[in-house]
Design a protein around this ligand. Structure first.
Ligand code: FMN
Length: 168
């Protein structure tokens, strides 16, 4: 197990446009009995409802969504480039069919009982504040539906209060 330290959020220096879109991240949810993790590259960080938040977008078909929906917490974790293949694996295979942790060569760890990959270098531990289904009626740009939701596998936007940032 690696040793993680709380990281002061004011000290974070990340590029909001490239951190998630280029490095990718793992969204993890569940508990010590069972958890699942999946790769994401859409979303962001910011301030909402008086809290520091992350927002992520999870399609209906994702197994991880069931864990986020059933629980109160999730984590958003960043890993070094040497774990790129593990992130590719977690972005192309569903934990519905297998133990994805083992298959991807990742290890679940817990902080405040929230699961995250022990191999991460930066972890946002989040408390779910809102789950907002993205619906076709919301789009003012008519091209979005056709381009991104041809199969109607819609996203839900999750807003999570960042309760702690940890790094190693
Ligand atoms: C680079 C990359 C980024 C991804 N970003 C997202 C995302 O933001 N939201 C989403 O719903 N799926 C995203 N995916 C797809 C899921 O990671 C993928 O469907 C995964 O197998 C779901 O796993 P699960 O069924 O175990 O939850 C992404 C995949 C990759 C490779």
């Amino acid at each position: 197990m690696h040793t993680f330290q709380p990281y002061p959020i004011d000290m974070l220096e990340i590029n909001p446009f490239t951190k998630l879109s280029k490095e990718w991240a793992l969204v993890t949810s569940g508990d010590k009995t069972k958890s699942n993790t999946m790769t994401v590259s859409w979303g962001g960080t910011g301030v909402l409802w008086g809290k520091n938040v992350v927002f992520i977008f999870i399609r209906e078909s994702r197994y991880t969504k069931e864990f986020i929906d059933n629980g109160e917490f999730f984590s958003l974790s960043f890993l070094d480039d040497k774990y790129r293949d593990a992130l590719k694996y977690c972005g192309a295979n569903s934990g519905r069919n297998e133990d994805k942790w083992e298959k991807a060569g990742l290890t679940p760890a817990y902080r405040h009982n929230i699961p995250y990959p022990d191999e991460a270098n930066l972890v946002f531990l989040c408390r779910k504040m809102a789950a907002v289904p993205i619906e076709e009626a919301a789009f003012t740009d008519p091209t979005i539906m056709e381009k991104w939701y041809g199969d109607h596998d819609m996203h839900t936007m999750y807003v999570g209060e960042i309760i702690e940032v940890t790094a190693r």
